[in-house]
Design a binder for this molecule. Structure first.
Ligand code: ZN
Length: 464
């Protein structure tokens, strides 16, 4: 596998459209050089780890049980294509850094790379291109803002693991003397406020407003601004005070960005779908999906009011090998996941903190009723209690108890997983608004990045 995709010129992009195997009615008839079809603003959303099993699961999880039909979700409504995600490495399975590099720069690279090639040369990112043109740029994520996906839009580093270096480069990687992003919302105080260097103060000196509480979001009145709301990632949606924190942050970002004359490019990442996937925690994943679905609804509403804006959403890869149906049974009971009201990890820690809940089936039943509110029959409850008790003699018992609880929820809902890592399957592409036709059909992740960069570059010609 080599770098297949060179940055397309606009004319190449046009001939590329002509050769796409699209249905006649779907084929874009306009030339991209026609300024009228170019969006002013771009909102690029990435569901980390969100393979097609996640959007399917969310449909059944969100289904209204009082109607006979299964309602289409926002994902179903906006679906336009599928994307391959393989890296330029000795595997077809990508990591988030390599895939985000493809989505941000249009170039494939090795797993772990943050927008650099195999020789560690920087690959220019779409936010850098946008910034060089004087556009407004923003990044909104639920991970730390120097995590692999946002880092691939804002920095260049040979390894995603160099968190401090990546955070430092958010100040040192400048265009026209300014940092790449005008707005950054997410987590990461642990990397930005360090013993010998406080990057938040340096951002403040550059004129950024800095806040460290999500509840202070509305105190941001203008750009540039930086909001870091947790040491690393924000709390998971499930069990969190603000389970729609990505939607809340995106809503605020759109308010700030659309208040200005300049066009904007906003990157939003639902970072933690992937983290739930790595844990093989389907209840955790559905709550992250609900936050992302709500975010997409907000963006769609924004575009309905501001039709010169393009939404493109996709995933960087799928995580966990999630599937719906297991054990030879033709069933998936995703609705039960609404009754899981605490993170299994938190339930496990509560059990380890108070082992008396495992004394009898009655004590366990009373305890679980606060966290897992679906009916558990007496036989299953007792076998769960025996299983959990047997874990207490082993090391890292909270981790093992969490695994048992996850297994119990998977059994009850017929949810399957194949791995604690990523998988190579294609991921969905969603698009809406002006220019959505450029993203239909099968695309490689590099092509999504290339088309967005082409649009950003062509916008420059339009605005001159
Ligand atoms: Zn991952």
């Amino acid at each position: 596998m080599h770098q297949l995709n060179k940055l397309l010129t606009i004319s190449a992009l046009c001939s590329c459209f002509a050769s796409q195997p699209l249905l006649a009615q779907d084929a874009p008839s306009l030339h991209v050089t026609d300024a009228k079809q170019l969006p002013k603003n771009i909102i690029y959303l990435i569901g980390d780890g969100m393979g097609p099993a996640y959007t399917t699961a969310y449909r059944y999880y969100a289904d209204n049980p009082t109607t006979r039909v299964v309602e289409k979700t926002i994902f179903d409504q906006l679906l336009v294509g599928m994307s391959s995600t393989y890296p330029d490495d000795d595997t077809y399975v990508t990591d988030s850094a390599s895939s985000a590099t493809a989505l941000a720069t249009s170039h494939k690279t090795y797993n772990g790379a943050i927008s650099v090639d195999h020789e560690h040369n920087p690959l220019s990112t779409m936010l850098e291109v946008a910034k060089a043109q004087g556009k407004l740029t923003a990044v909104v994520v639920t991970s730390q803002i120097n995590h692999a996906t946002p880092a691939s839009f804002l920095a260049h580093n040979q390894s995603r693991k160099n968190y401090d270096e990546i955070a430092d480069s958010y100040l040192s990687n400048v265009i026209n003397g300014r940092p790449i992003a005008d707005l950054m919302l997410g987590g990461g105080t642990r990397y930005f406020v360090r013993e010998h260097r406080d990057l938040t103060q340096e951002f403040t000196q550059l004129g950024y407003q800095y806040i460290d509480k999500l509840s202070d979001l509305n105190t941001i009145k203008s750009l540039p601004a930086l909001g870091l709301f947790a040491p690393k990632g924000l709390p998971f949606a499930l069990g969190s005070e603000d389970p729609l924190r990505l939607a809340t942050m995106t809503h605020k970002a759109l308010e700030l960005l659309s208040d200005q004359e300049a066009p904007f490019v906003l990157m939003v990442e639902a970072s933690q779908i992937d983290w739930c996937g790595h844990r093989n925690d389907v209840a955790c994943a559905m709550n992250e999906m609900h936050d992302f679905a709500t975010t997409l609804e907000h963006v769609k509403t924004f575009i309905d009011a501001n039709p010169d804006t393009l939404l493109v959403a996709t995933a960087d890869h799928s995580t966990g090998g999630l599937t719906l149906g297991s054990d030879g049974v033709y069933q998936w009971k995703g609705k039960l996941l609404h009754y899981v009201t605490s993170l299994p990890n938190a339930i496990a820690r509560a059990i380890v903190d108070d082992l008396t809940v495992l004394d009898t089936s009655a004590t366990l039943s009373t305890f679980l009723a606060q966290h897992i509110r679906f009916n558990i029959d007496a036989k299953n409850l007792d076998s769960l209690r025996l299983q959990l008790n047997s874990r207490l003699t082993e090391e890292k018992s909270a981790k093992l108890i969490e695994k048992d609880l996850l297994h119990f929820i998977d059994k009850a809902t017929y949810t399957g997983w194949t791995t604690s890592g990523h998988t190579a399957i294609d991921v969905p592409i969603f698009a809406y608004g002006k220019g959505q036709q450029f993203f239909t059909g099968h695309k490689d992740n590099t092509e999504i990045g290339a088309r967005l960069i082409d649009i950003i570059k062509a916008q420059d010609g339009k605005t001159k």
